[in-house]
Each structure stands twice: as structure tokens, then as C-alpha cells.
Ligand binder design. Structure first.
Ligand code: SF4
Ligand code: SF4
Length: 438
């Protein structure tokens, strides 16, 4: 095991993880109705292969991938398809979803198991991961099988298994490392075989001592690296730089530095897919915050409505100021608890009124704190001004597309300026402009 320091910006937040860090994962009983969105991954929405009234088994394919950057979706329960219709999505948009009435019988499809999965060849492993609908669980939702197939001519030196979980409040990755270390190690070995990676490195922040010990106990000769608990250590570029000293070029991908990064939850899902033949139909989610009666880590079926997750944590003991899907730094505010949990949903937070009051925005005092903290070496105050004044060329020239949307600049700004909101606006416009001219 080795310890590394980090050289990029970032900051040391109050991690607020105590509520759930010692709380074992609880297997959540599936609700009566599940709402399974067709958009739970990067790329195109999946295409339904079932119709209203169809009976489905647990693990049955209900929507197929639409093109290379997309992923199939499977039924998290056995039951009946009640509807295929637009439903509110955690992004705030209305997106088609498959509504399933759970029959409570847990009738599975037939599963194809492999007792020696590491003996399978690379393309068979990738095929099983693809067919199981595994996508990056840290938030991006990029189809994992695709990530494991680097473009021709590129050699992968490092497969980094990301157990940093640097967002405050969240403990889903911490608990899965403690409780399912064996599966995570197996998933890592399978991903290394599938991608041809020469070396596996586990990256864990130093605020997770139990998880570090659990992974070390199973990792054998594999490298386990302990990093400072600094936000946003879990960002791909930051992790690659801290562990390998390599830089991902502006506009490039981790491949360009000879690295693939995958989350520990994804490694678990890969092991279940290849060894047990189980499609990706459930995940660990942290449900936490002072307004809740209890804070919990659940293994919950994909498609579980947020309202049901809140009720399963005992409901509210006080009115929350804000509900967030994901972590408090990069998550999205929720205005409707009818949304449901997707494959990339790491957390559901109820923030107290005092934690979520809308601040008074003051003029910039040119203190440069946002510059010092930016892990991507950007000038957030400049990018905000470009976004506000719709100066897309200038925003592009100043590297807006390299912003990883970590929210650190917003967090440290004494004037409480909405820097990230304007940077996101600029990024969206630049990407739309690029798409038009390509
Ligand atoms: S500009 Fe982007 S990358 Fe830099 S601190 Fe702000 S949100 Fe993070
Ligand atoms: S942190 Fe806020 S006040 Fe300071 S330079 Fe950046 S935008 Fe201006």
C-alpha cells in the first residue's frame, strides 16, 4: 500500500459522512410500482422491447441499447408492464419510462453462471458486461464495456478502481468496499482482462479506514493507494494525475494517458454480470440528511421512486430545505419525489433549511479563491463573465469544456456567485454549436 499527495486545487470539506459511514447496507424490499427510465446512461435512450400488459421476469430485458453509446435495461422485479410513458426524471425533464407493477414473487430469468469467470476471453467478458447493461456508477453513466475497449493502438497501463467517494454525505462506495470487497476485486480483475490493462490500482481516500483494510485483505499483490480526503479527488483527471503523475490532455480522454478509471460499484456490477450472469438491476444508494428520521445505505432496485426511499428511511421529522439526487456538490435539486432512482444515482439527500438557504449574490471582489481551488486550472471568475455575457468563443478559449463541474468555485466564493451555473450554460452552448457545425 502506498500513500500519495495531491497537487491540484480542491479543498477539504466537512464530509458529513458520519450519519451513514457505520450503517450496513440494507437490502430494500422492492416497492409495488417501479418507474424505470429509458435514460439512465450516457448516450441515446434505450428502446423498449416490451409493451403495456406484458408479464416480465426479474432480470428480463425490457429495453435494448440504441446504438454504440447506449445501454440495455432489465426489469428489476417480476410483474406486469403498466405503462410506457413520459415520467419526471431526476434531471427535471420528462423522459419516457417503463412503469412496472411488482407481483412480489421475485421470479428470475434463468441465469448463466461462470465459476471461473477470469478464464473467459476479453471479448466474451466485454459482451457479458454490455448485455448486462453495466454503466459507470460514479455519476457519468458511460457504458462500461465500451470504456474497456480502447481504440486500436492504445495501450492501457493502469486500470484505476475509484473508491474515493469524495462528495460529502455519500457512503455507498465506502460500504460496498467494506461489505463486498471480494466481488470488487473480481470485477477489477475482469475489467483488467477485458481492457488489457497492465496494472490495477485501487484508489481510496484516507477517511475510509475500514474500506482500505477490507480491500487490502482481498487485494493480494494488487496496488492499494491511499489519498487525502480532498474534494474533488474522485474526479478522473485529478485521480490520474495524483496516482500516475500523467495529465489527460485538454479535450482528451483517460485513454490518452494510458489509463481507464472505473468506480468500485461498477466493479461490483461487473463481477455480478460475468460470474453470476445477473444484469444491472439494483445499486447501493445513500439516503441521508438531518430532516430524515433515519439515514441509511440501501441496496435498492433500479426504478425505486424517491418517495419510497424517503419513506424507507422513516420519512421526514422536519421539512427539508432541499432534496438533492446525488451528492451536495454535483447532485441535482429535486422538486418532485415522483422521480425515481437510476443506475447513476449515488445518493438522495434531504438538506436542512439552514444548509440550503439561497444566498445573496454579491459583486466579485477579485479575491482569486475560485482560481486557487479549481482542480482544472481554470479562471472561474472569467468563465462566469463569459457565460453571463454569452461570449462563447472566449469561454471556449479559456477552457470552459475542461470544467469538471465539481462546484468547488461556488463553494469557496465569498460573494456566493453562481459561477458553475454560468460555466455550465457556456459549455452547453459551445457543445450545441460544435454539434451544428460537425
Ligand atoms: S471552474 Fe469547474 S472545475 Fe473549476 S472549480 Fe469551478 S466547477 Fe470545478
Ligand atoms: S471567489 Fe468569488 S469573489 Fe473571489 S474572485 Fe472568484 S468569483 Fe470573485
Amino acid at each position: 500500500m502506498r500513500r500519495v499527495k495531491s497537487s491540484f486545487g480542491g479543498f477539504f470539506p466537512n464530509d458529513a459522512k458520519k450519519r451513514t459511514a457505520q450503517t450496513p447496507i440494507e437490502i430494500l424490499k422492492a416497492p409495488e410500482t417501479l418507474v424505470v427510465s429509458l435514460s439512465q446512461h450516457a448516450g441515446k435512450q434505450a428502446k423498449p422491447v416490451v409493451a403495456k400488459g406484458d408479464e416480465v421476469l426479474k432480470g428480463q430485458l425490457i429495453a435494448e441499447a440504441d446504438g454504440a453509446i447506449s445501454a440495455p435495461i432489465h426489469s428489476p422485479v417480476s410483474g406486469t408492464i403498466k405503462a410506457i410513458e413520459p415520467r419526471i426524471h431526476p434531471s427535471g425533464d420528462s423522459i419516457p419510462a417503463i412503469v412496472i407493477e411488482n407481483d412480489g414473487e421475485e421470479k428470475w430469468i434463468e441465469l448463466e453462471q461462470h465459476l471461473e469467470p477470469v478464464q473467459l476471453d476479453a471479448s466474451t467478458i466485454r459482451e457479458k458486461i454490455r448485455d448486462a447493461g453495466v454503466v459507470g456508477m460514479g455519476g457519468g453513466g458511460f457504458p462500461t464495456a465500451l470504456k474497456l475497449e480502447p481504440p486500436e493502438g492504445i495501450t492501457i497501463d493502469f486500470l484505476i478502481i475509484n473508491g474515493c467517494e469524495c462528495e460529502p454525505y455519500l457512503t455507498a462506495d465506502d460500504r460496498i468496499m467494506i461489505e463486498y470487497a471480494k466481488e470488487i476485486i473480481l470485477g477489477a480483475r475482469l475489467m483488467a482482462k477485458a481492457s488489457g490493462a497492465r496494472q490495477i490500482v485501487f484508489a481510496i481516500e484516507d477517511n475510509k479506514p475500514e474500506a482500505i483494510n477490507a480491500i487490502k485483505a482481498e487485494a493480494g499483490a494488487l496496488d492499494v493507494v491511499v489519498l487525502p480526503s480532498k474534494y474533488p479527488m474522485g474526479g478522473e483527471r485529478q485521480l490520474i494525475q495524483a496516482i500516475t503523475g500523467r495529465e489527460v490532455p485538454s479535450g482528451g480522454l483517460p485513454y490518452d494517458a494510458g489509463v481507464i478509471v472505473n468506480n468500485v460499484g461498477t466493479a461490483y456490477a461487473v463481477a455480478k454480470a460475468v460470474r453470476d450472469g445477473q444484469p444491472f438491476i439494483s445499486r447501493v444508494i445513500t439516503v441521508s440528511g438531518d430532516p430524515l428520521v433515519e439515514s441509511k445505505n440501501f441496496f435498492a432496485p433500479i426504478g425505486t421512486p424517491f418517495q419510497y426511499l424517503i419513506e424507507s428511511a422513516g420519512g421526514f421529522k422536519e421539512t427539508p430545505g432541499k432534496i438533492v439526487a446525488g451528492g451536495p456538490m454535483m447532485g441535482s435539486a429535486q422538486f418532485d419525489l415522483d422521480s425515481s432512482m437510476g443506475k447513476t444515482c449515488t445518493g438522495l439527500l434531504a438538506l436542512a433549511k439552514g444548509e440550503s438557504a439561497t444566498p445573496n449574490v454579491l459583486p466579485c471582489i477579485k479575491c482569486a479563491r475560485c482560481v486557487d481551488v479549481c482542480p482544472a486550472n481554470l479562471l472561474p471568475l472569467k468563465l462566469e463573465a463569459f457565460g453571463m455575457n454569452e461570449m462563447w468563443n472566449e469561454a471556449y478559449d479559456y477552457g470552459a469544456l475542461d470544467c469538471i463541474e465539481c462546484g468547488s468555485c461556488n463553494y469557496v466564493c465569498p460573494s456566493k456567485r453562481p459561477l458553475l451555473q454560468y460555466i455550465r450554460f457556456a459549455k452547453r452552448e459551445i457543445i450545441a454549436e460544435q454539434a451544428k457545425s460537425s
